[in-house]
Structure formats: C-alpha cells, structure tokens
Write a protein that binds this ligand. Structure first.
Ligand code: 1Q0
Length: 214
C-alpha cells in the first residue's frame, strides 16, 4: 500500500452516505461529495495505476463543488433542487454537449452511475469467500454496470488497473475498521444507505428523462 492508507477510514465514507438522505427523501449534495472524496482517498492509497480514475472523479467532484461555492449554492443543496433549477433555466444540454458541457445534472449522473458499480462491488466484497479475488469482483461488477458507458480504451485501461488490486482480506483491512470480519459487518450496515441514495436519484433522473444525458 502506498503512504496515506492510514488516513482512510471506511467509517467516514459510510457516515457520509448515511447522512445523504433528508427527511423529505431528498439527496443532499455535500455529504454525497464527502463520500466520494473519501473513496478517492482510498483509491489513491491503492497506487498510481488508479490515478486516471481518481483524477476523473476529482474533476467531477470539483465541478459540483464549484456550484456549491457559487452564488447559486442554495440551488445545489440537494439533487432535487439542482435538477429543478437547471432544467427550469435551460442549463442542461439534453441532446449533445454544447452550451452547458459541465452541467450539474450531467456531472452528477456520472457519479451516480459509478455509485451503482460501487454498490455492486461492495456487495460482492461483503459476500465473497475469504480467498476470492478482488480483481475478479471488481471487473465483473464493472462490466455489468459502468463499462456500458465507457469506450473501449477506458474499459481496457480499467481492466489492466484492476489486476493490481490486492486480495480481498488485504483490501478489507485497508478499510481501517478492524478485522476483515468487522469490515464485512460494517459494509452490511452501510449498503442499505448507499442503495437508498442510488434508488432515489435513479427515480428522479428517470422521472425527468435525464438518464442518458450526453
Ligand atoms: C477499487 C477499484 C476501483 C475501481 C474503480 C472502478 C471504476 C472504473 C472507472 C473508470 C473510469 C475511467 C476514467 C474516465 C471516465 C470517464 O470517461 C467517465 C465518463 O465521464 P465523461 O465526462 O467522459 O462523460 N467517468 C465516469 O464514469 C466516472 C467514474 C468515476 C469513478 C470513481 C471511482 C472511485 C472509486 C473509488 C474506490 C472505491 C473503493 C471501494 C471500497 C472502499 C470501501 C468503501
């Protein structure tokens, strides 16, 4: 593991995702981004071979953070308010990236699709055998989700990077929540929250026909 692994804690990421859903079943943007930032920190601990992935995630996180720091910050408080505001003001490119290439809606959609992969990957880790290969869990879940949105060259690079993943138990120990068994238990507690965030966003995007934003 590269230096910095000790700064990652699975707990911190999970706490962020558990804080995402408001009482009105809205998805709060700040804890969502905090969750992704924690994941990126984890990814950086796995080695430079993953940096093309973490760079893209950071770019997307920063685009949305910039909206949160702008004078329109209130409109970006939740995913629901973001969708409403951007659509009402014609700030989303619906057919082709042109005037608004980095809308909040299209940028968030990329993270949302990655969250689907994360959900499946963590479930695969949680239920996998002790000696199962993280690289296999990762490529199977990637191929079943995010890969459908990526061109060949990215799929190829991702496949190469996955081969560098450590074994399941080392991976679980890197999460810094105790033994592999304790990490598995924590994943079990956290996954329903991640699934809920995914489900609410998916329904919102489907309702507004935003699931294929360019
Ligand atoms: C543990 C191994 C991590 C494997 C990550 C799998 C995801 C592979 C994604 C490959 C993305 C390649 C970079 C570029 C992609 C863009 O073309 C694409 C589309 O954007 P655009 O603007 O061109 O339309 N971008 C995306 O699809 C966004 C991808 C974001 C991926 C963020 C992955 C962050 C991973 C974190 C590590 C998770 C570790 C899980 C265990 C931790 C315990 C909670």
């Amino acid at each position: 593991m590269a230096a910095g692994a000790e700064t990652f804690s699975l707990r911190e990421v999970l706490v962020a995702f558990t804080a995402c859903v408001s009482e009105q079943r809205e998805v709060r943007v700040d804890p969502y981004l905090a969750g992704w930032k924690g994941l990126v920190r984890f990814l950086n601990c796995l080695g430079t071979i993953f940096s093309f992935i973490s760079k893209d995630a950071v770019t997307k996180i920063e685009i949305i953070e910039n909206y949160r720091n702008s004078d329109q910050r209130e409109n970006y408080l939740t995913v629901q308010s973001m969708v409403e505001y951007e659509l009402a003001n014609g700030l989303v490119d619906l057919q082709k990236r042109s005037k608004h290439p980095d809308s909040g809606c299209r940028t968030f959609l990329r993270l949302h699709r990655a969250l689907h992969w994360l959900q499946m990957f963590l479930e695969g880790l949680r239920t996998g055998e002790d000696n199962s290969k993280t690289s296999v869990i990762c490529s199977e879940t990637y191929n079943a989700s995010l890969a459908n949105y990526h061109p060949w060259i990215i799929r190829k690079a991702a496949g190469v990077a996955f081969c560098a993943l450590p074994t399941r138990n080392t991976f679980l120990e890197t999460m810094n929540v105790g033994t592999a068994e304790e990490a598995v238990a924590m994943l079990g507690d956290a996954l329903p929250y991640i699934c809920e965030v995914y489900k609410i966003t998916e329904e919102l995007y489907a309702q507004h026909k935003l699931l294929d934003l360019p």
